[in-house]
Ligand binder design. Structure first.
Ligand code: O2Y
Ligand code: MN
Length: 617
């Protein structure tokens, strides 16, 4: 066996022993300890170009960038193959697939036996969070995929600096990954090796030793183990124990024309435009928005009693289709160079294209499956879950504090989802408990057929349904307990937003994108105690004249509908939330059941509230 970078620059016995154990199990042809340098990144990209996995894009049009096409069976996270293995089944709760840890270990040992034959085993030391942050956590991913290595280098701090921080005695989270495609002697490799049999793919989290084992997929959240597996599922377990929060939230900074900064975190389910909001360009004059993160926030209580949020990642793994100069000009600029594009169209000029990119399609290209593609041929060119991987530092709207080790103090937390009916444009919670209730009731109409059946309402509490590593009822209790640990006045205010409301005839009622700044402005005004709101059974809605609508051509009727209270719709909503709560059994905190009953009572008391006449505060 060849060892590349043969002297591992670590004296960490636990790490050396673990690597040795995995080498014995997986039987790779070579071992490569990643140092995280640019030279290493370039060499691995070149290796993948030579092997047919990567296509180098045109150096003038898209410098330092590559295209890759995955196997058709390996295009998205696989929720039904994702497991939480806790000794006690109840601790995983009703929202997770549970498996017995002893049984699962046995099964995985069999799957991993010899699975890296003919391949190189890469050891990737990585850190989630700035190295000097109190929340920084170290992981080590072992993988047989060079695609994973280069993506991890964009998405996390990695290499020698991390080993230095780990030191001889430091603790790390072990993350084992294999594409599950060993090579026999002389066997030709394929561009995207993976296990095509979905029933053999496994994304497994062990709650006792906090280890991650991922087998069979090379794609995104299944394979870049620092992201969803560590920074959400495993981190949520650590956070609960240690008194902090690992959340599926973007973080942004809004600055008012007077120069006052407001840091906001927002939890929206997958495919609800988190990346677009995280780096949005406000249309309101004088307001600026800066991005701190687009997907994950680690949040802790500061010594001053406020909540501080930090983005543990260093890159964006964003959905390409739909990303355009209209929807997200900052993302378009971010991916202009040094980016990896997975499952998009390759143009004949050596650049990339995807649906709704805002530029005309090429006359001819190659689709995400490598087939000749022409516009109008009847097939989509890019896969709906096609992705770009790009460094956060390249985002023109990146906030100067995005790597602040202490994080930034939150003024508000937003929940949201794609809700074509019932849910108003924005709604402020009455209290912390009511806000936690709104988060627990969050849901979204599904879009991507890649992940789920499209067009159905999927309850997704706190947007954490696929990412909470333990019982969701205990998770709600963890959030509720925060109000007992600090001065309530210092807690962020909680809001629910819905950019996706439609009229009865199916039109979008709200333009979204940069115009969302109007809603964010009202939120800032509420924080200042200035914005006008009406008290309704569901929460505090903007008074009819409270939103700044200057320069926006939207009819009074549409605005009224966006801010209206649909009592009958809300009665159905409350019943549906109650039905969903049934799944959580005894672990549903009593406070949330009380919030639900109070909501139902208020809806029955004030069935025909006229917002124009309601009390304004
Ligand atoms: O399909 C995948 O593997 C990617 S999923 C993903 C990637 C970046 C940010 N969020 C998500 C998500 O599903 O929430
Ligand atoms: Mn996400």
């Amino acid at each position: 066996m060849t060892t590349i970078n043969s002297t591992p620059v670590t004296a960490n016995r636990k790490l050396l022993n673990w690597v040795e154990e995995i080498v014995q199990l997986c039987q790779p042809a070579a071992v490569h300890w990643c140092d995280g340098t640019q030279q290493e990144y370039d060499a691995l990209c070149e290796l993948m170009v030579k092997g047919g996995t990567f296509t180098r894009l045109d150096g003038k049009l898209r410098p330092g960038s590559f295209l890759v096409r995955s196997h058709a069976s390996d295009v998205a996270r696989v929720e039904n193959r994702t497991y939480i293995c806790s000794p006690n089944k109840d601790d995983a709760g009703p929202t997770n697939n549970w498996a017995d840890p002893v049984e699962m270990r046995k099964k995985l040992k069999e799957l991993f036996k010899g699975c890296m034959k003919g391949r190189t085993l890469y050891v990737i030391p990585f850190a989630m969070g700035p190295l000097d942050s109190p929340l920084c956590r170290i992981g080590v991913e072992i993988t047989d995929s060079p695609y994973v290595v280069v993506n991890m280098r964009i998405m996390a701090r990695m290499g020698r600096v991390v080993l230095d921080k780990l030191g001889a005695k430091g603790e790390f989270i072990s993350c084992l990954h294999s594409v599950g495609a060993p090579l026999q002697p002389g066997q030709q490799d394929v561009p995207w090796p993976c296990e095509p049999d979905v029933s053999r793919k496994h994304i497994v989290h062990f709650t006792e030793d906090l280890s991650i084992w991922s087998y069979g997929s090379g794609y995104g959240g299944n394979a870049l183990l620092g992201k969803k597996c560590l920074a959400l599922r495993i981190a949520s377990l650590m956070a609960r124990k240690e008194g902090w929060f690992a959340e599926h939230m973007l973080v942004l900074c809004l600055t008012s024309p007077q120069g006052k900064k407001y840091y906001l975190a927002a939890a929206f389910p997958s495919a609800c435009g988190k990346t677009n909001l995280a780096m949005m360009q406000p249309t309101l004059p004088g307001w600026t928005l800066r991005c701190l993160g687009d997907d994950i926030a680690w949040i802790r209580l500061g010594a001053d009693g406020r909540l501080y949020a930090m983005n543990p990642e260093t890159g964006f793994f964003g959905v390409a289709p739909g990303t355009s100069n209209k929807t997200n000009p900052n993302a378009v600029a971010t991916v202009a160079r040094n980016s990896i594009f997975t499952n998009v169209v390759l143009r004949s000029d050596g650049d990339v294209w995807w649906e709704d990119m805002g530029v005309p399609p090429p006359e001819k290209g190659m689709d995400w499956e490598g087939r000749e593609w022409t516009p109008g041929c009847g097939r989509k060119g890019a896969h709906p879950n096609a992705r770009f991987t790009a460094p956060a530092a390249q985002c023109p709207a990146i906030d100067p504090d995005w790597e602040n080790p202490q994080g930034v103090p939150l003024s508000a937390i937003l929940f949201g989802g794609r809700r074509p009916s019932t849910i108003p444009l924005v709604n402020e919670a009455f209290s912390w408990e009511h806000g936690v209730f709104l988060g627990s009731a969050a849901g979204s109409e599904t879009t991507s057929a890649a992940l789920h059946q499209a067009g159905v309402l999927r309850r997704d509490p706190f947007a954490m349904l696929p990412f909470c590593g333990y019982h969701i009822g205990d998770y709600f209790a963890h959030w509720l307990a925060l109000a007992r640990r600090t001065d309530r006045a210092k807690l962020p205010r909680i809001f629910f937003v819905n950019w996706f409301r439609k009229s009865a005839d199916g039109r979008w009622l709200w333009p979204g994108f940069g115009e969302n700044s109007r809603v964010l402005k009202w939120i800032c005004e509420r924080i200042e105690g200035a914005g006008k709101a009406v008290r309704t059974p569901i929460g505090l809605l903007p008074a009819p004249d409270a939103l700044d609508m200057k320069g926006l051509d939207i009819s009074g009727a549409d605005l009224a509908e966006l801010l209206s209270l649909d009592v009958e719709g809300w009665k159905k909503e409350a019943a549906d939330v109650g039905g969903n709560y049934q799944k959580f059994g005894e672990r549903l905190p009593a406070e949330l059941n009380k919030e639900l009953q109070d909501l139902k009572a208020r809806l029955n008391e004030e069935p025909t509230m006229d917002l124009g006449k309601a009390s304004v505060r």
